[in-house]
Each structure stands twice: as structure tokens, then as C-alpha cells.
Design a protein around this ligand. Structure first.
Ligand SMILES: [Zn+2]
Ligand SMILES: [Zn+2]
Length: 381
């Protein structure tokens, strides 16, 4: 185990290396990109050739049957390989480049067995490894460059403190994509069937998509607002929500840090109006996608202020204040789409041109590490 442990540490040191060793032309960016592309390719290949398609997400399965998808995976691996070779040529330390090349090679070898992959889900359970790979790759490719343009905290590297914990949070919620997507629908469906809202449901379902989506956003945010306030107000709920607030650096990954009990509760509550009011499935799916990108955006390390827009919509600055460790940032800005909710209920806080001085919870009571945080709410305080 020792050599493995040492290699892992070496990779980590390289990823987190100081700014002077990350400059353009040092082979750092190409090495990181090489590993990211190769790793995404490897995970996709593994998910494609696992028997019974245990590791694939049903929504992605039809795509995998398409030969363009396979060409895409191949291009991903070729790109990962090429980028790693560039890093090997440029960089003194070879660990990043070597890792990228090895990952690409292993993926190519495993990929040989892809021809055996069959269709249809054999098992009712699956773990979305493919979803995780695509999720991190695309969200990262979109948000990392945006964050570099005008970072709120310019000194915060991509591989900042606790980045591995947050990747793990993304992995866990991707792997539990099924449970996390379906369980929370139960209360909403129940209300929808109970209610005598039949005519209302028909009317809502007949509205144009572009009208349905803003209504879903508002209804979901209204329910989210009060559930969120309850999570701050009620001590045993706060113990779960404290995990989300334990992030001391804000970026595109820090929003993923959330206890799965909180995910289940918050999603069940916000799903009630969405499912009970009779919106069309397409509108709901588009909202889920929008909410995912929106949540990533408001946590991102983005220093733009968006004046005027921030009166109508939640911006990174607005949600950063929610995460601030400063006194003035405590229990403010609960909305995640519309700040008017905070204006209406007296919790709005958005000083012009000012950002929190630090993030997290005063005294940092939450332990570091995924497993310690998983049991944290259940421990005696
Ligand atoms: Zn909160
Ligand atoms: Zn947050």
C-alpha cells in the first residue's frame, strides 16, 4: 500500500502546487486537463461495460448505444492522452502527465470489452458513475474559466483547501442520483392526488413552457425559503445544514457539500408545489437542470456584482453573503432564485461593493472529511 499512498500524495502535492509552479507553460494546466479528460473517459468506459448496466444512468443509456457517444468517449481519451503528453514534455515533475497517460491507456484496454455491453436495465438500482463523470467534466469546463475571468477571491487556487471532500460530495450525490431523484417526489405526488385541484392542474399544464418555468421557480423558491429558514432556526435541523455552511472557500463545487438527509428533506419540500400543481414533465425537467446550473453559479468564485439584475435574481454576491462568517451575514439571504422573498420577509442583506471577509461558521465546529461530516448531526454536542 505504501507506494500507492506515496503516489497519491505526490499527485495531490502537484495539483495543489503554489501559483509560481502553475503558470502558463509549466505543464500544470495540460497535466490537470489530461487527467480530467482521461479520468472522465475511464469512468464512462467502466460504466458502459459493467454487466447489467449497474453504473449507468437510464437517461444516458440510450446515448451510450449511439456510436457518436462512443466516438466522443474515444476523443475524450485521445484528448486526455495528448494533453498528458504535452505536460510530460513541459513539466519537470512527471507525475501528472504519467497519471493521465496511464488512465487513458487503462480506459482504452477496458474499452475493448464495450462491444459486449447490452441494452435495458437489468437491475432496478443503478449508480450514476457516467453522470458523475459528465457532470464534473462539463460543469468544470464551463465554470473554471468563468471563475478565472473575475474571481471574488483571486488567491484561491482551483485545487483549494478541501477540494477532495467536495468532489466526493459530487460523487456521492451522482451515485445516488436515483434515490435522490425519486424519493423526494412522494410527498408532492401525494398532495397532487389528494387535492381537488384537478381543474387548476389542467390549466397549469396547458400554459406555455416559458410561463411554467418561472412559476415553478417561484413556487419552489417560496417553499425552499421557509424550509431553509427552518434549517437555520431549529437546532437539530441546523446540525445537518451546518455541513453546507462549513465550506470555507466558495467555488463551483462548494454547493455540492450537503448532508444527504438535508438533500432529501429540502427536495421533498420544494417538490410539493412543483408536483402538486400539475406542471408538465418537460417543464419540471428543465427546471431541475436550471436549478442545478443556478446553484453552481451562485456558489462560484465569481466577483461580478450584476447591479440591477441582483434586484430581481439571486447572484453569487447575494448567496456568498448567506455563507459569510461575518456577524452581519448571519441568517440572511435564504432565497436561491428570487431575492424579493428575503425583502418581503425581512432577511435581505446585500451591501453595495462589499463581500464577506470570510466564509464558514464562527469557530468552525464542523469536522473536516466526508465521513466525519456524515455522522456529525447524530453526535452528542
Ligand atoms: Zn443556509
Ligand atoms: Zn449555499
Amino acid at each position: 500500500m505504501k507506494p500507492f499512498h506515496e503516489t497519491r500524495q505526490k499527485i495531490r502535492d502537484e495539483l495543489e502546487s503554489p501559483a509560481a509552479k502553475r503558470v502558463f507553460g509549466s505543464g500544470w494546466a495540460s497535466g490537470v486537463l489530461g487527467i480530467a479528460l482521461s479520468l472522465a473517459g475511464l469512468l464512462l468506459v467502466i460504466s458502459m461495460c459493467t454487466p447489467g448496466q449497474l453504473l449507468t444512468t437510464p437517461q444516458i443509456t440510450p446515448l451510450q448505444e449511439n456510436h457518436w457517444f462512443r466516438i466522443g468517449v474515444l476523443l475524450l481519451l485521445v484528448g486526455g492522452f495528448a494533453s498528458s503528453v504535452v505536460s510530460l514534455a513541459l513539466r519537470e515533475a512527471k507525475i501528472l502527465g504519467t497519471t493521465g497517460v496511464l488512465l487513458a491507456l487503462v480506459a482504452t484496454i477496458i474499452g475493448q470489452s464495450i462491444a459486449n455491453a447490452h441494452s435495458s436495465h437489468a437491475l432496478p438500482i443503478y449508480f450514476g458513475l457516467d453522470w458523475f463523470a459528465l457532470n464534473v467534466l462539463f460543469t468544470g469546463l464551463i465554470f473554471i474559466p468563468i471563475e478565472r475571468l473575475r474571481p471574488q477571491n483571486p488567491n484561491q487556487p482551483i485545487f483549494r483547501d478541501e477540494w477532495r471532500e467536495d468532489v466526493f460530495y459530487v460523487l456521492v450525490s451522482s451515485l445516488m442520483v436515483q434515490a435522490l431523484a425519486f424519493l423526494p417526489q412522494a410527498p408532492g405526488k401525494f398532495v397532487g392526488e389528494l387535492s381537488t385541484l384537478g381543474a387548476m392542474r389542467d390549466w397549469v399544464g396547458s400554459l406555455p413552457l416559458l410561463v411554467q418555468i418561472p412559476i415553478i421557480m417561484f413556487a419552489a423558491d417560496f417553499f425552499q425559503y421557509w424550509a431553509h429558514r427552518a434549517f437555520h432556526r431549529i437546532p437539530w435541523l441546523w446540525n445537518f445544514h451546518a455541513i453546507h455552511h462549513s465550506a470555507q472557500s466558495m467555488d463551483w463545487m462548494s454547493g455540492a457539500r450537503m448532508h444527504f438527509v438535508e438533500i432529501l428533506i429540502i427536495r421533498s419540500i420544494t417538490a410539493i408545489p412543483v408536483l402538486a400543481l400539475g406542471f408538465t414533465p418537460l417543464a419540471i425537467e428543465l427546471y431541475v437542470l436550471l436549478a442545478y446550473v443556478y446553484t453552481t453559479l451562485i456558489h462560484a468564485n465569481i466577483g461580478w456584482r450584476f447591479p440591477l439584475v441582483d434586484r430581481l435574481f439571486v447572484t453569487p454576491q447575494f448567496h456568498h453573503w448567506h455563507h459569510g462568517a461575518d456577524k452581519e451575514a448571519i441568517d440572511v439571504n435564504f432565497a436561491i432564485h428570487f431575492p424579493i422573498l428575503d425583502r418581503l420577509f425581512g432577511t435581505h442583506h446585500l451591501p453595495k461593493d462589499k463581500w464577506p471577509t470570510s466564509y464558514g461558521i464562527e469557530g468552525h465546529p464542523v469536522p473536516k472529511g466526508y465521513w466525519a461530516q456524515l455522522i456529525y448531526p447524530f453526535r452528542r454536542k
